[in-house]
Design a protein around this ligand. Sequence first.
Ligand code: B12
Ligand code: SF4
Length: 429
Amino acid sequence: MGHETSPEYLTPSSALQVLLVNPPIFDFTAFDFWLLPYGMLRVAGRMKHSCRIRMFDYLVSRKKDAWGRGPFESARAEKPKALSDIPRRYRRFGRPRSEFREFLRRHRFDAALIQTMMTYWYPGVREVIEDLRELQPSAKIVIGGVYTTLCPSHAQSLGADLVIENDDLAPLWNLLSVEPETGLPYWPAGYTDTGVLKLTEGCPFRCTYCSAPRFWQGFSARPLRECIDEFAQLTASGAKNVAFYDDALLFKPDQVLIPFLKACETAGRNPVSFHTPNALNARFVTTDLAELMVRSGFSSFFLGLESSVPGWQRETGAKVDNQQFRKAVDALGKAGASAVVTYVIVGHPDSEDQEPELAMRFAHSCGTRILLSEYSPVPGTPDALKCGPWADLNEPLSHNKTAFAIRRLGPDYLNRLKDLCRSLNAELV
Ligand code: B12
Ligand code: SF4
């Protein structure tokens, strides 16, 4: 698959030359779990009519499984001081730096947009900015995404010309003198056979550990026509797997998911497998919805449980209770879903009350596989305020999920939980 792309949208040579960069990741672990720079691709879609766009994606997994996931190439990296106590190897994931530097020597750009994701992945963003400053000194550098929204002051320190917070893109259009259009995302030809879609923005719940309420005031559905057009764009470019990035995909199904799936069915556009890595809220899974989803090509179902302790569930936002969860799993089973996976948080600041082991046993008793989700503090959320003993919130490296879970639980207990997870999952095979 191509990862350094030729401009698909050619405009006169006087057009603005724009580079999109998906940076390398510095972390203890990283895996291509349908990881794509969807935010940046959407922004680029709104300017492609007046720019000449190229993309350099550091994160290309070469050996993908049938669902489009796979490992990234990686190399040992020096552990930063803020993580020196963590007994794990630190790595740099993504293509070698020399390839990007060579690429920058061959092309000239007026502007570079850089995708940011996890707050603690900022060293990769910093590396890209350093190379751009040295080899493209006149290019305007713009960073946007999750890290810049959650840690705007820290992001200012990396040396970009513009830091975009949330989806306020007006400063970007001003800086580049671009008149934005409402266009489909920029998916370069031959870039990937895995796509991403989002039918909604935000979530009606306000879970105390989650960033959704920080990003969006409430819940809204994107225009159905736009979503159908985006899906058609993905299938036309050969996407075989499509991951939903929605926070609340199943909310108001009569207005959002059901009309979307029915429209795809009617148009006969359904050669893809759908995936839900960002977790579905089990409370909204009914028998009818489960049947429609399975029939429409949903191949994996990731459900967010986090804890099975009723008090903890209530106090953190009451997104789902055990009865709703079990009912959802039963409905999915009856509908013929084979891959149902439950997320359980580990390393949460209130771990004693949350009791991860109980949650794992409950999810197992319902017949699902378990995926542990190591807690990462999200600045500005109620639970982040409890993280003081284990993280310096002003240093995003200490939001690292591996580091936080180890500091919170200790490596031995964390390993015991991981062993338990493996043995419970093995019983289901
Ligand atoms: C989808 C998603 C995922 C996907 C992958 C996404 C990816 N590409 O990496 C999956 C499900 C795999 C995933 C996994 C994880 N995730 Co996640 N994920 C998200 C989620 C829901 C959406 C991010 C996203 O891509 N949105 C899509 C775009 C379209 O939306 P947008 O960002 O709003 O875009 C607009 C603007 O922000 C702006 N914009 C966006 N990008 C850019 C770029 C530029 C250049 C510009 C100018 C503008 C711009 O314009 C856009 C259009 O209007 C966020 C929470 C959230 N609601 O944002 C959590 C979130 C980022 N994830 C989080 C975490 C912790 C994880 C995990 C570590 C969980 C775990 N314990 O295992 C894993 C890590 C995976 C790994 N490989 O290591 C945390 C991060 C916490 C932190 N401290 O940084 C978040 C915030 C969720 C939370 N806990 O509340 N995640
Ligand atoms: S229901 Fe899910 S997306 Fe919504 S606030 Fe809770 S954890 Fe976040």
